[in-house]
Design a protein around this ligand. Structure first.
Ligand code: UTP
Length: 316
C-alpha cells in the first residue's frame, strides 16, 4: 500500500530551546526565511505525501495558522500590487503573494491535540484515528534534511520493495552516539540494514553500532496497538523506541542510511549551523552572507572588543 499520510508530532515542550519556545512552537522558529517545519512539510510533499497530520499541544495555533489561508495578508498584498506603478516592486509583491498562497495549497492538513506532552510514542498514538489502517510516515520537525533526493522519498522507494517498517539511520561518530537511539543490524542491501536490536541513548562503549535513529520513520498500523498498551518508559513518557523494540519482536524492521545532510534544528547549536548553511544556500542572501562570513574575525567577536568594527569601516 502506498504511503499517503504523514504524522508530524510537534507537541513537545522544546525545553532545549527555552525561552524562545515558551510561547511558540519550536518548529515555528525561522530558518533564514521559513519556519523550520515548512522545510519538513516540503520534504513530505516532494516525497508524494498527500495528507499531513500535525500533533500539536497547547499554544501551538501558529502551526495551523501558517498552513492555512491568510485572507487579510492576501488582500493587503493584492491591494499593494494594484496600487504600485513600479514594475520591480510589483513583481516582488506578486512573488510574495504566490509564496503565501503556495503555503496554504501545499498539502492537505489535519490536526489532532496531544493533551499532555507524554512522549513521542504518545503523540503518535494521538494520530491513530486520522491515520486509520494503513502504513504511514512520521517526520520530526526538528530534523531538517538537505539532500539531492528528499530523505522520505528515499525511504518510500525502499519501503515499496520490502513492505516492512523502516527507520532512517545516520552514522554518528564517537561519544555523540549516546544522545540517540542506536541500532544493531546487518547490511542486507545498499544502505539497508535488517535490525536485530535497538537501544535508547547507550553509553558510547555499550553502543551496538554507530548507526543512530533519526527523525524519519515509516510505520505500519500495528504500532498503534503496541503504543496503546505500552507502560511509560524513560522520563515517565511513552517512548517510540520502546514501541519499536516490541514491534521488532513481531515483525522485520529495516533501517535505511539516508543520503543527505541532517541538521538538529531543535538544538541551539544545530540551529545555528543550519542557519549558516541555509543562509549560504539562499540565492538572495548568499553573496553578501559569504562576504560577511569570510571577513568575520572570530577572535574579535569572542575577545575583548564588544563592538568590533566592520572590515569595510576602515576604508571610509
Ligand atoms: P524531543 O525529544 O525533541 O522533545 O521530541 P521536545 O520536547 O520537542 O524538545 P526538548 O528535548 O525538550 O528540547 C522529539 C519530537 O517529538 C515531539 C516533539 O515535538 C519533537 O518533534 N513530541 C515529544 C511530541 O509531539 N510530544 C511529546 O510528548 C514529546
Amino acid at each position: 500500500m502506498r504511503i499517503r499520510k504523514a504524522v508530524f508530532p510537534a507537541a513537545g515542550l522544546g525545553t532545549r530551546f527555552l525561552p524562545a519556545t515558551k510561547a511558540q512552537p519550536k518548529v515555528m522558529l525561522p530558518l533564514v526565511d521559513k519556519p523550520i517545519i515548512q522545510y519538513v512539510v516540503e520534504e513530505a510533499r516532494d516525497s508524494g505525501i498527500e495528507q499531513i497530520i500535525f500533533v500539536t499541544g497547547r499554544g501551538q495555533r501558529a502551526i495551523e495558522d501558517h498552513f492555512d489561508i491568510s485572507f487579510e495578508l492576501e488582500r493587503v498584498l493584492e491591494g499593494k500590487i494594484r496600487d504600485t506603478t513600479d514594475k520591480a516592486k510589483r513583481e516582488s509583491l506578486e512573488a510574495m503573494l504566490e509564496e503565501a498562497r503556495g503555503i496554504s495549497n501545499m498539502v492537505d492538513t489535519a490536526y489532532v491535540r496531544q493533551k499532555e506532552a507524554k512522549g513521542l510514542g504518545h503523540a503518535i498514538l494521538a494520530a491513530r484515528e486520522l491515520v486509520g489502517n494503513e502504513p504511514f510516515a512520521v517526520l520530526l520537525g526538528d530534523d531538517v534534511i538537505y539532500g539531492p533526493t528528499p530523505c522520505l522519498k528515499q525511504m518510500i522507494n525502499s519501503y515499496s520493495r520490502y513492505k516492512c517498517p523502516l527507520i532512517a539511520l545516520e552514522r554518528i561518530p564517537g561519544d555523540e552516539i549516546s544522545r540517540f537511539g542506536v541500532i544493531d543490524g546487518t547490511l542486507v542491501d545498499e544502505r539497508l540494514y535488517k535490525l536485530s536490536g535497538m537501544v535508547e541513548k547507550p553509553k558510547p562503549e555499550e553502543a551496538p553500532s554507530d548507526l543512530a535513529i533519526i527523525g524519519r520513520y515509516i510505520l505500519t498500523p500495528e504500532i498503534f496497538e503496541i503504543l496503546g498498551s505500552l507502560p511509560p518508559g524513560k522520563g515517565d513518557e511513552i517512548q517510540l523506541t520502546d514501541g519499536l523494540v516490541e514491534l521488532l519482536r513481531r515483525q522485520v524492521i529495516y533501517g535505511y542510511e539516508f543520503e543527505g545532510r541532517r541538521y538538529d534544528a531543535g538544538d541551539k547549536l544545530g540551529f545555528l549551523i543550519a542557519t549558516v548553511e541555509y543562509g549560504l544556500r539562499n540565492t538572495e542572501l548568499r553573496d553578501d552572507f559569504r562576504e560577511y562570513l569570510s571577513n568575520l574575525d572570530i577572535n574579535t567577536i569572542n575577545g575583548t572588543d564588544p563592538f568590533p568594527k566592520k572590515k569595510t569601516d576602515s576604508k571610509q
